[in-house]
Design a protein around this ligand. Structure first.
Ligand SMILES: Cc1cc2nc3c(=O)[nH]c(=O)nc-3n(C[C@H](O)[C@H](O)[C@H](O)COP(=O)(O)OP(=O)(O)OC[C@H]3O[C@@H](n4cnc5c(N)ncnc54)[C@H](O)[C@@H]3O)c2cc1C
Ligand SMILES: *[C@@H]1O[C@H](CO)[C@@H](O)[C@H](O)[C@H]1NC(C)=O
Ligand SMILES: *[C@@H]1O[C@H](CO)[C@@H](O)[C@H](O)[C@H]1NC(C)=O
Ligand SMILES: *[C@@H]1O[C@H](CO)[C@@H](O)[C@H](O)[C@H]1NC(C)=O
Ligand SMILES: *[C@@H]1O[C@H](CO)[C@@H](O)[C@H](O)[C@H]1NC(C)=O
Ligand SMILES: *[C@@H]1O[C@H](CO)[C@@H](O)[C@H](O)[C@H]1NC(C)=O
Ligand SMILES: *[C@@H]1O[C@H](CO)[C@@H](O)[C@H](O)[C@H]1NC(C)=O
Ligand SMILES: *[C@@H]1O[C@H](CO)[C@@H](O)[C@H](O)[C@H]1NC(C)=O
Ligand SMILES: *[C@@H]1O[C@H](CO)[C@@H](O)[C@H](O)[C@H]1NC(C)=O
Ligand SMILES: *[C@@H]1O[C@H](CO)[C@@H](O)[C@H](O)[C@H]1NC(C)=O
Ligand SMILES: *[C@@H]1O[C@H](CO)[C@@H](O)[C@H](O)[C@H]1NC(C)=O
Length: 633
């Protein structure tokens, strides 16, 4: 690079923010500061033409500007057209703030081949199942199976550690211009592009081998509006505009400080404004207010052409519809979302468990399952009362254990909560199943939520998970409810783990459910997950066999008792057959049309995302993961 050129680039990097910034609109609910720093045609024109070409916007009518359209595969490290080291350095300079990160696997300090450090390795190992560790890393994912397990923590530093399904580079985003530059660079260079917010996705969708990653975790701004007036709706009232990096534990606290609540996940560290809300995620408040996606009033998005737009009820309405439930990493990168807020409320939470062999052997298997079967009868009435119950059937050495953690009763007193549980508890007592529930009342949502939903362990290495939204019809007759129960029991008795929720997000109070969230959410009383384990380090052949058994055995049994129903894409089987129907239902056709309009070059791809059927990741061992080249089918 000539001295003059690099000087120009450096001055541009410093100028972005000055020259590249648009004027802040006077409208008080407009951009965050980081959103006023934008890439524009004008800022591009300040670059020399070779550099500008790397970052130009998409222009549909100028085919010479889209030379990579139609290539069979995305460029991969080692390919002749992989950007040179110098080009990556140029990207870093134009981004500014040294925002480009060359990927180092999180577990690298455990390996001689990287930078072995026993102190750091020990600390990583101690924290490896803690989501707080992985969410602050630019590329780590919490479902490492889909990274390819090429660099986990180890006690043997001589083993190999490779990038596997981790992206090659990540942009540590702190301005909208950096998102635009990253998208334009990836599109113009035919690179695989991924988006990482926290890395919670069950299918590792925040990663991908040879990719450039847009890392949105540090977009933490929150702005409160006491009386927001949403364009194109009748809503006036409290709202929060929130950077997409804001997580459940943060937005709940902000709302609590104002005497409010927002609809977010139960999981402490979930990226509420990222993949969660875009994927139609569920909430401890869903039985009162619907899905979090139903609460969105406006969003700021960088679209696949590199442009920065506002999507709401009056502008970019297709995009607005699609990003409210139609999935992350598909239609663009969302930088912030404005959601409505509700008055805070007291809650009561109850935790209890019982297991076969418990009570000194007096809980028989037969009585245990009768007790679980009785429980299912109450889902319609409980969900209509606002109850969201987080329940498990775990395999223990002595047999299955039922765990309620918690039975969550928003707006209910202790007495009301006990009354709701009393009919089922009476049946359990008759079955010789006795236990002492821990039931606590809280004056506010936030302290109750903090105390009642324990931090979930992540980073499971030998497990596959799938889920089903069992439809309301299954509660219409004892026969169909028995069939549902038997399908769940069969999985449990075969050693699978059941993790489930009582939920009915159709009972909404003021939300906007005309969005792309899976229609199956509006016709369910239960979101039920199951997971199969295999021996740690099992061969690819064994894993494939276990997956085959899972997807076409255990999961098929669940589909057979719920024909036409769906599954929540944020907590789903990466190999779900007919995923278009399961994850998107009748919305799929419209979503695919919007995808083709907004992203004709398929800049965005994620496993099971809208339009992903036209691409595949080719892995060396045949296992499903992001560890391989991304090619057209
Ligand atoms: C421990 C744990 C607890 C969970 N709890 C809940 C829960 O209570 N309720 C629930 O419904 N789900 C829950 N989930 C599932 C979780 O909500 C989904 O996996 C969700 O997709 C996570 O979004 P994220 O942004 O946090 O994660 P990521 O893995 O970073 O992102 C998920 C997907 O969204 C895309 N994405 C992220 N940010 C953006 C953006 N700014 N623009 C465009 N695309 C983006 C990513 O590319 C990826 O495809 C939980 C998962 C775990 C592991
Ligand atoms: C797109 O390309 C066409 C043809 O080269 C050109 O006339 C037009 O001005 C371009 N549009 C933009 C927005 O750059
Ligand atoms: C360019 O190469 C040097 C030397 O190998 C390396 O240290 C640096 O990280 C590389 N830069 C990028 C952006 O890849
Ligand atoms: C190992 O890491 C610790 C903690 O980060 C640091 O204090 C120490 O200097 C490192 N040791 C070596 C040999 O680099
Ligand atoms: C990691 O583990 C160590 C030891 O258990 C602990 O002191 C430290 O606070 C943990 N760090 C994080 C980031 O969780
Ligand atoms: C990412 O950028 C933020 C500033 O926005 C900075 O505080 C942080 O240290 C950076 N993280 C990494 C891993 O580079
Ligand atoms: C909120 O704004 C609306 C319309 O702008 C107005 O009618 C209403 O009185 C306001 N509410 C409060 C509590 O200020
Ligand atoms: C089990 O039996 C022991 C000894 O008889 C008794 O002390 C204990 O209370 C019993 N536990 C339960 C749960 O019944
Ligand atoms: C409960 O235990 C008592 C005493 O052991 C026994 O008589 C009764 O049959 C049991 N009830 C059931 C439903 O198993
Ligand atoms: C449902 O199953 C229960 C046993 O769990 C049984 O008593 C009942 O008769 C079954 N009902 C129907 C309609 O099959
Ligand atoms: C798959 O299922 C078959 C038939 O039930 C069983 O024999 C086999 O052990 C299972 N394999 C794995 C890896 O789970």
């Amino acid at each position: 690079m000539s001295g003059r050129l690099s000087l120009l680039i450096v001055s541009l990097a410093t100028a972005i923010g000055g020259l590249a910034a648009t004027t802040v609109p006077t409208d008080s609910k407009a951009y965050f500061d980081f959103e006023t720093v934008q890439l524009t045609d004008k800022s591009l024109s300040l670059l020399d033409s070779n550099t500008a070409a790397l970052f130009r916007f998409y222009n549909q009518t100028d085919t010479s500007a889209n030379p990579t359209n139609g290539r069979a595969c995305k460029v991969f490290p080692g390919d002749a057209s992989w950007p040179s080291n110098r080009t990556w350095e140029t990207l870093n300079k134009v981004l500014g703030k040294n925002a480009l990160i060359k990927t180092i696997p999180l577990a690298a300090p455990c390996y001689d081949a990287w930078d072995y450090n026993s102190t750091q390795c020990a600390s990583l190992t101690a924290n490896w199942t803690n989501s707080y560790l992985h969410m602050t890393d630019p590329t780590s994912m919490m479902s490492p199976v889909y990274q390819g397990l090429t660099c986990q923590v180890t006690t043997d530093p001589t083993q190999s550690c490779t990038l596997g399904g981790y992206p090659s580079y990540a942009i540590n985003v702190s301005t909208v211009s950096q998102v635009q530059l990253g998208i334009n660079f990836a599109r113009n260079s035919n690179l695989r592009l991924v988006v990482k917010n926290t890395g919670h996705d069950f299918s590792g969708k925040s990663g991908g081998a040879g990719a450039l990653s847009i890392w949105t975790h540090n977009l933490k701004d929150v702005k409160y509006f006491s009386n927001y007036s949403a364009k194109g709706t009748e809503y006036t009232g409290p709202a929060f505009k929130s950077g997409v990096g804001v997580q459940a534990f943060e937005i709940y606290k902000e709302a609590y400080n104002r005497g409010l609540v927002v609809v977010g996940g139960e999981g402490q560290t979930v990226g509420v404004m990222g993949g969660y809300i875009q994927g139609g995620g569920h909430s401890p408040l869903s039985c009162l207010h619907g899905l979090a996606a139903d609460q969105v009033l406006s969003a700021e998005v960088v679209t696949p052409d590199g442009r920065f737009v506002t999507a709401d009820f009056t502008q970019n309405t297709d995009l607005f519809w699609a990003i409210r439930g139609g999935g992350g990493s598909t239609f663009g990168v969302v930088t912030s979302i404005t959601v409505k807020a509700y008055p805070d409320m007291p809650v009561t939470a109850s935790t209890f468990s019982f297991a076969v062999g418990g009570n000194n052997g007096s809980i028989t298997s037969e009585n245990f399952w009768s007790g679980v079967r009785n429980y299912l009868d109450y889902f319609p009435s409980l969900s209509s009362q606002g109850i969201y119950a987080y329940w498990f059937i775990l395999s223990t050495a002595s047999g299955p254990m039922f765990l309620m953690q918690p039975f969550w009763a928003p707006g209910k007193t202790l007495d009301e909560t006990n009354a709701l549980l009393a009919p089922w508890f009476a049946q359990l007592t008759d079955l010789n199943i006795t236990f002492t529930p821990k039931t606590v009342h809280y004056d506010s949502f936030y302290p109750g939520w903090l105390a009642s939903f324990p931090l979930e362990a992540v980073e499971k290495t030998h497990v596959a998970t799938g889920s089903r939204l069992f439809p309301k019809q299954n509660w219409e007759s004892p026969e169909s409810l028995n069939a549902t129960f038997e399908a769940i029991k069969t999985s449990s008795e075969a050693g699978l783990t059941i993790i489930a929720f009582i939920i009915d997000p159709s009972l909404k109070n003021g939300g906007y459910p005309d969005n792309a969230a899976n229609p199956a959410w509006r016709n369910t009383y239960a979101h039920v997950l199951q997971s199969i384990n295999w021996a740690q380090g099992a061969s690819a052949a064994v894993q494939l066999q276990a997956r085959q058994n899972f997807t076409f055995g255990f999961m098929q049994r669940w589909r057979d008792v719920s024909p036409g129903a769906g599954s929540y894409l944020g907590e789903s089987d990466i190999l779900e057959p007919d995923f278009q129907q399961s994850f998107y239902g009748t919305s799929y056709e419209r979503l695919l049309k919007i995808k083709k309009q907004l992203d004709p070059m398929d800049v965005f791809f994620a496993q099971t995302a809208v339009g992903s059927e036209f691409w595949k990741v080719v892995t060396a061992n045949g296992l499903p993961s992001g560890d391989g080249k991304l090619c057209r089918v």
